[in-house]
Ligand binder design. Structure first.
Ligand code: PRP
Length: 183
């Protein structure tokens, strides 16, 4: 029987290491926002796994909201412009917003969305990302909370997909090259 795990060459970040890091981030956020309850804003879809776990490690009152986007093409030429296909449910004016992402590569998506959120005049706006690929950056991105810095590895799992698969792996794995070379 086919098993998703057969497509994984190696475990890159274990489930335990991820959960430890998420707890660490949640503790830092709980401390930093103790007197100003934040709204956590995520972009569908990759962030849902991280968001669900992160929320449960935060022990102060917190709200959550989501946006969904479709891309015109995250190239430097497009400036990361995306089309918002689902907006936030609630206004964020005057609120403390923590923008949460699963991964930042070029930084184009984050910069575009941070600009969009900043335009709504939140009281504060910071960013939290679980996987950061600083070597892929095309535009400076100020990130207050970073989980792991990673390199060029072809990784999947814990929200990260390849062709919409593997998001549900509880760890981050390196995909076997034959999987992406064959399609
Ligand atoms: C990922 C991630 C960010 C974006 C980062 O989303 O969630 O939104 O890529 O890339 P960038 O820094 O180069 O702009 P993806 O397009 O994989 O969609 P998904 O969340 O549905 O997996």
């Amino acid at each position: 029987m086919y098993c998703m795990k057969d497509d994984i060459a190696d475990i890159f970040i274990s489930e335990e290491a991820i959960q430890d890091k998420v707890r660490e981030l949640g503790a830092a956020i709980s401390r930093d926002y103790a007197n100003r309850p934040p709204v956590l804003v995520g972009v569908l879809r990759g962030v849902v796994i991280f968001m669900a776990d992160l929320l449960r490690t935060i022990d102060i009152p917190v709200a959550v909201d989501f946006m969904a986007i479709s891309r015109y093409g995250p190239t430097p030429e497009s400036g990361g412009v995306v089309r918002l296909i689902k907006d936030l449910e609630e206004p964020i004016e005057g609120r403390h917003v923590l923008f949460v992402e699963d991964i930042v590569d070029t930084g184009l998506t984050a910069n575009y969305l941070l600009r969009n959120l900043r335009g709504r005049q939140p009281a504060s706006l910071e960013m939290c990302v679980l996987f950061d690929r600083p070597r892929h950056r095309l535009i400076d991105t100020d990130i207050a909370y970073v989980g792991f810095e990673i390199g060029d590895e072809f990784i999947v799992g814990y929200g990260l997909d390849y062709a919409e698969r593997y998001r549900n792996l509880p760890y981050v794995g390196i995909l076997k090259p034959e999987i992406y070379q064959s399609s």
